[in-house]
Design a protein around this ligand. Sequence first.
Ligand SMILES: Cc1cc2nc3c(=O)[nH]c(=O)nc-3n(C[C@H](O)[C@H](O)[C@H](O)COP(=O)(O)O)c2cc1C
Length: 199
Amino acid sequence: MEAGMKYNLSEISELIRDRRTITPEHYSDRVVHDEIIKNVLNSGIWAPSHGMTQPWFFKVFKGDARLRMSEFMSALYRNLTPAEKFMQSKFDKIKSRPELSSVVIAICMRRDEQQKILEIEEIEAVACAVQNVMLHSVGYGLGTFWSTPKLCYTDEMKEFLGLGAADRCLGLLYMGYPKADWPKSHRKPLEYVSEWITE
Ligand SMILES: Cc1cc2nc3c(=O)[nH]c(=O)nc-3n(C[C@H](O)[C@H](O)[C@H](O)COP(=O)(O)O)c2cc1C
C-alpha cells in the first residue's frame, strides 16, 4: 500500500472499473446466500442522503417469491401492452429473468413524511445506495443487473410492492454468479466528460 493511504486504492479503483452489468441469462445456478445479500445491502445503507432521510428500501424476493415477481411482471406487461405492440419475446424475457436469478431485489425509494427533501434528491440517494450494493457485489464475484422496464414505474408495481403514494419503485436488481467469463466494458475518456475552470 502506498504511504499515507488509508485503503488499498489500486484495488478499490480496479473493483470500481470491474463492476459489470450481467443479465440473468448469464448466471449460473449457484445460489447467492442470504448472508452475502445482507452484506451487500448493508453497504447500500451507507450511501449519503440529503437531510439523512435514508430513503432506500430493498424488497428482497427469494425462493418462490421470485416466481410471484415473474408472474406479476409478465401479467402486467400483457395487461398494459396494446395487442399490436405485444412481443412474445419481451414477455418471455420478463417472465424468465426472476426465475434465472437466485435473488431479485426491488429497489424502492420511500419518501419521508414531511417531504422536506426534493424527490430528485431522494432518487439520487437511492441510486448511490444501489451503486454501493453493486460495487460490494463485485468483491464477491457477483454480477448485477439494474433493470428498469417501464412497468416498474406503474401504480400496479407500487401496489404489488406495498409502497405508498409518494414512494417509487426505481427498478429491479438482479444478482448472480456469472457462468462464463467476467465481461469487459469501456468508457469515454475523462477528457470528453470533464472541463476544468481555473480562472
Ligand atoms: C438507472 C439505470 C437503469 C438501467 N436500466 C437498464 C435496463 O432497463 N436494461 C438494461 O439492459 N440495462 C439497464 N441498465 C444497465 C446499463 O445498460 C449498463 O450499466 C450500461 O450498459 C453499462 O454497462 P456496465 O454496467 O457493465 O458498465 C441500467 C443502468 C442504470 C444506472
